[in-house]
Design a protein around this ligand. Sequence first.
Ligand code: AHM
Ligand code: MG
Length: 332
Amino acid sequence: IPEHSLDRDCTTLSRHILQQLNDFSGDAQDLSAIMNRIALAGKLISRRLSRAGLMANVLGFTGEDNIQGESVKKMDVYANEVFISVFKQSGLVCRLASEEMEKPYYIPENCPIGRYTLLYDPIDGSSNVDINLNVGSIFAIRQQEGDDLDGEARDLLQNGHKQVAAGYILYGPATVLVYTIGKGVHSFFLDPSLGEFILAEENIKIPNHGSVYSVNEGNFCKWDDSLRDYVRYVHRHDSYTGRYSGALVGDIHRILMQGGVFLYPGTKDKPEGKLRLLYETAPLAFIIEQAGGKASTGKEDILDVIPQKIHQRTPAILGSCEDVDLVKSFIQ
Ligand code: AHM
Ligand code: MG
């Protein structure tokens, strides 16, 4: 086999990150190792999801509520723990903060040497699990600042520009991992026979405009007039089509590849909307901006928002530049 064909067909995730960083310094090695662990978590979750209907203890609820007041599914618990366990003894990540845990989890054997923190939503769109539709995991990596002696993780209360890497794993018909380390956006497909994520597309660029708008119109009556006017505008124009799956990762992936806009606005009773800044909107904003799109709360760029608390929510408008600007023109 000629060497170049191997290069083309088999660029693995870890190799890609090292190439991207173009050096073999400690930081680059660390980042590559962290991404490898995230990929391992993705493989484990993907494997479990693919056996959902065949194995006991995969589908359904645990009977408990999480810190967000939402019913916890067995897959939420499993996936949350998978991310913790892949980082045990890695020496890299001392803290993990997730949507499912009230406070960050500290891995004793990695603290304080592990200077990175993983922020993640283990299963995004968990209402889709029981009906065998796509779900995802979302992640971001930040570098720890200060010693966090009191375990309050206050250094996480900074804006999204502090993310050194971010991405998501989409568990669809195939499992896809999309990541950025601030040098473009790249996608990888999981080859189950190799157990490796293989490069699919480098430097993905989101189209400047797309026909899709993705929003839960069931909330129409709870929105501000400005947003209702936007949706009425879209209804009047033939060139738009609605797509909403109930799983953010899938909806964002469609928009990243084909253009359009995803919205989860605030409502009258919940002005901050539903989506969490540190685990959902900031990582996805990093991806969308790196792909040449825009990510806004309606008032400011999502990446500029400084959270007051780790589980903070923000309204979200993400997607193609033209389409995000159109939504904003109604809001302002
Ligand atoms: P989850 O992480 O608890 O599953 O919640 C986030 C999900 C997103 O994936 C999706 O876009 C949204 O919640 C759907 O919410 P709604 O049913 O209110 O439209
Ligand atoms: Mg979520």
